[in-house]
Design a protein around this ligand. Structure first.
Ligand code: FAD
Length: 438
C-alpha cells in the first residue's frame, strides 16, 4: 500500500536542515516532504576499514537529523542499497509527485543521478535539482570566450567580481519544516547493519571559531598551531553551509575566502574535466617513468622516510584522519618528486585515510603537487622537506608530537638523499616533458 502524495527530498552531501537549497524548494511545494537518505552499497563496499570514520560521521549526522526531524513529527527514511534499487522500493512505499536533491559534481554521482533521473521519468515523477554545496558551479564562472578557467588566479578574480548578496543569501529551509510529511519514527540502521563497527571518534565541531578565521592568514601555515578551521569534513558532508561560511570569510579574512575559492575551483575543474580522475590534466605528465618502488611507498605510508616533517604528517594522517595542509603539500611533493612514485598512489592513500576526503580537492591538490595539474607547482620546484621543517616547525613541536623517537637512534636514516633525489626528479620529469634541465 502506498502512502499518498508526498515529495521526496533526498539528502546526500548536504546533511543539515538549515540553509539547504534543495530542501527549501521542496518545502515550498504544496505536497508534504518526506526526507530520505540512502547508504549506497556501491560506495560502502569499496571501503576497506570496518571502522571507517567517514561512515561513522555520516551515521552520527543522520542520527542528529533524525532527532531534529522527530521534533517536527517527521522522520528520516533511511535505506541501504543501490540508489536506483532503493528508488524502486520508494515508489512502492509512497505515491511520489517529485524528487528534490542538491547537485554533486563527482563522476560517479553524475552517472548515478542520470540513472535515477531516467527511472523517475519513466515513473512520471518530476526531478528538481539545485546548487547547494558551492557558491558558483559548473559554467557560472567562465572566461569571456565561454570556456572554463584552468588557472586559479583569474578564476578567483572573476569569482569575486561576480559575487553579490544573491549568491550568499541563506535558504530559510529550517523555518519551513512544518511542511514535512508526518509519520511515526522509522528506525535508523545501526552501524553494525551497515557492515561497520563502532569506534571512538572525536570529530571537529560543525561551528566556526570567528577569531581563528580572523587570524587565519597568520596562523594557517604552522602545523603545530591550531590555526586552521578543520571544517573540511563538514564542507564535504554539508553539515555546515558554504554560504554562511563564505559570508563570514568575505567580511573577515581574504586569505580564508581564497581557500574556499580553491575548493570551488577544483569542483569546477572536475565537472568540466572528469578525466582528471584517472589521467594527468597535462597529458605529457603521463609520460613520466615513475619508479614506483613498493618498499619506499610503504615507508612513506607509515611515516618512516627519515624526513621528520614527512613522517610527522603521515603519522598524523594515520592516527587521526587529518593532516595539516602545509604538510599535505610536503608529503605529496616528497612522494612524487623525491621517490618518483605516481601521484595516483598517494592520492588513493589519502582517499582511504582522510576524514575530509573529497575527490575534487584531493585530485586537484595531488596533481598540483605532482606538477601535472591545471594550475600546478612547476615541476622544477622541488620542496626541500628539511627547509620546510625549519620554516614551519622551527621548534619541532609538530614533529615531536607525532614522531616521539625523533632524535634517538630508533629514528630511521633518510631513505633517499635530497640532492640526489632532486636531480633525479628533474631528469626524469625533463625527459618525459622533453624539456632541457640544468
Ligand atoms: P582550512 O585551512 O581551514 O581551509 C578552509 C577550507 O577551505 C577547507 O576546509 C577546504 O574546504 C578549503 N581548502 C583549503 N585549502 C584548500 C585547497 N588547497 N584546495 C581545496 N580546498 C581547500 N581538501 C579537502 O577538502 N579534501 C581532500 O581530500 C584534500 N586533499 C588534499 C591533498 C593534498 C595533497 C593537498 C596538498 C591538499 C588537500 N586538501 C584537501 C586541501 C587542504 O589541505 C584541506 O582542505 C585542508 O587542510 C583542510 O583543513 P581545514 O578544514 O582546517 O582547512
Amino acid at each position: 500500500m502506498s502512502i499518498n502524495n508526498v515529495n521526496i527530498f533526498w539528502f546526500r552531501r548536504d546533511l543539515r536542515l538549515e540553509d539547504n537549497a534543495g530542501l527549501f524548494y521542496a518545502l515550498k511545494q504544496p505536497d508534504p516532504v518526506q526526507p530520505v537518505f540512502i547508504f549506497d552499497t556501491a560506495i560502502l563496499s569499496e571501503l576497506e576499514d570496518r571502522q571507517d570514520k567517514r561512515v561513522l560521521f555520516i551515521h552520527a549526522a543522520i542520527t542528529r537529523l533524525q532527532n531534529e526531524l522527530r521534533q517536527m513529527g517527521s522522520t528520516l527514511d533511511v535505506r541501504i542499497g543501490k540508489p536506483v534499487a532503493v528508488f524502486k522500493e520508494l515508489v512502492n512505499t509512497y505515491s511520489i509527485g517529485a524528487v528534490f536533491f542538491n547537485h554533486d559534481y563527482e563522476p560517479y554521482a553524475r552517472e548515478r543521478d542520470s540513472e535515477i533521473y531516467s527511472f523517475l521519468q519513466s515513473e512520471n515523477i518530476t526531478v528538481h535539482h539545485f546548487k547547494d554545496q558551492v557558491i558558483f558551479e559548473k559554467n557560472e564562472v567562465i572566461k569571456s570566450d565561454n570556456t572554463p578557467y584552468t588557472v586559479y588566479t583569474p578564476y578567483a578574480n572573476k569569482w569575486k567580481s561576480q559575487l553579490n548578496d544573491f549568491y550568499l543569501r541563506s535558504y530559510p529551509s529550517a523555518s519551513c519544516l512544518h511542511r514535512l510529511y508526518k509519520q511515526a519514527e522509522l528506525p535508523l540502521p545501526s552501524v553494525d547493519q551497515l557492515g561497520f563497527e563502532e569506534a571512538a571518534t572525536d570529530f571537529p565541531a560543525a561551528a566556526f571559531d570567528e577569531k581563528l578565521i580572523a587570524d587565519y592568514h597568520q596562523t594557517r601555515d604552522f602545523p603545530a598551531t591550531d590555526g586552521t578551521s578543520k571544517l573540511g569534513l563538514h564542507l564535504r558532508f554539508g553539515t555546515i553551509s558554504i554560504r554562511r561560511l563564505a559570508r563570514f570569510a568575505l567580511k573577515t579574512n581574504a586569505t580564508y575566502l581564497n581557500e574556499l575559492i580553491w575548493r570551488e575551483f577544483f569542483q569546477m575543474i572536475l565537472w568540466h574535466y572528469p578525466d582528471v580522475v584517472a589521467q594527468s590534466f597535462k597529458k605529457d605528465y603521463d609520460n613520466i617513468r615513475w619508479r614506483n618502488q613498493e618498499q619506499e611507498f610503504e615507508a612513506w605510508c607509515k611515516g618512516e622516510t627519515g624526513y621528520p616533517l614527512v613522517d610527522a604528517g603521515m603519522r598524523e594522517l594515520n592516527q587521526t584522519g587529518y593532516m595539516h595542509n602545509r604538510v599535505r603539500m610536503v608529503t605529496a611533493s616528497f612522494l612524487c618528486k623525491h621517490l618518483l612514485i605516481d601521484w595516483r598512489w598517494g592520492e588513493a592513500y589519502f582517499a582511504k585515510k582522510l576524514l575530509d576526503y573529497d575527490l575534487a580537492s584531493n585530485n586537484g591538490n595531488w596533481q598540483w603537487a605532482a606538477g601535472s595539474g591545471c594550475d600546478a607547482a612547476p615541476y622544477f620546484r622541488v620542496f626541500n622537506p628539511t627547509l620546510q621543517l625549519k620554516k614551519f616547525d622551527p621548534q619541532l613541536k609538530y614533529v615531536k608530537r607525532w614522531v616521539p623517537e625523533f632524535g634517538t637512534n630508533k629514528y630511521p636514516a633518510p631513505i633517499v638523499d635530497h640532492d640526489m633525489a632532486r636531480k633525479r626528479a628533474l631528469e626524469v620529469y625533463g625527459k618525459a616533458l622533453k624539456e632541457k634541465v640544468s
